[in-house]
Design a protein around this ligand. Structure first.
Ligand code: ADP
Length: 173
């Protein structure tokens, strides 16, 4: 009997970007069942509420039938065990990600040896892309439409109305 493998892609997704979506698509092509799981850390402040982050991710990933969006609090490995998931998905952009990810993966293996961390390399076009860069660029009026899904762009405009870059429609052209 074939064993089905469930993977969890955890992160803040504050907000989800095309870089995250790329990783989710590639993971969804490998694993039977995947959860994109939004971390809620009560000690951290986020730009978007968990409800907003959940909605943006659900909309952006609705084309992937074996992907569901979820959120969790607490230790990732506790959540993994509760979900009966075997694999943690993480994306790697540059060497700068590696050190942190390596440490996290070893720590998770120490506390849950049965769980594997699986790394997927980003697309070269997204290697500079992070949620924090998107928030910063948007707030300074920069164009981010090409690197976030439309629902994220809309919510950025709602969240930071004064900073919204003008669209052609707004400027009457
Ligand atoms: P965290 O708070 O865990 O860093 P993020 O939402 O920033 O959460 O990122 C979640 C995961 O997605 C991490 O493994 C991160 O390296 C990866 N990731 C973020 N942006 C990109 C991108 N542009 N390309 C590939 N992976 C990415």
């Amino acid at each position: 009997m074939k064993r089905s493998v469930r993977a969890v892609y955890p992160g803040s997704f504050d907000p989800i970007t095309n870089g995250h979506i790329y990783i989710a698509e590639r993971a969804a092509a490998i694993f039977d069942d995947m959860r994109v799981s939004i971390l809620v850390n009560p000690h951290k402040s986020y730009t978007f509420s968990v409800e907003d982050r959940y909605e943006m991710a659900s909309e952006a990933l609705s084309h992937l039938p074996n992907v569901t969006v979820d959120h969790f609090m607490g230790l990732l490995v506790d959540y993994m065990r509760q979900q009966e998931a075997q694999v943690i998905i993480r994306g790697l952009r540059a060497m700068s990600d590696f050190e942190y990810e390596f440490q996290m993966a070893l720590m998770n293996r120490q506390i849950a040896p049965e769980i594997e961390t699986f790394f997927i390399i980003t697309d070269a076009n997204y290697s500079y892309l992070s949620s924090s860069a998107i928030r910063d660029i948007f707030q300074f009026g920069g164009a981010v439409q090409d690197v976030v899904p439309p629902g994220v762009f809309r919510r950025l405009r709602e969240r930071f109305p004064a900073r919204s870059p003008k669209t052609e429609r707004d400027s009457g052209t």
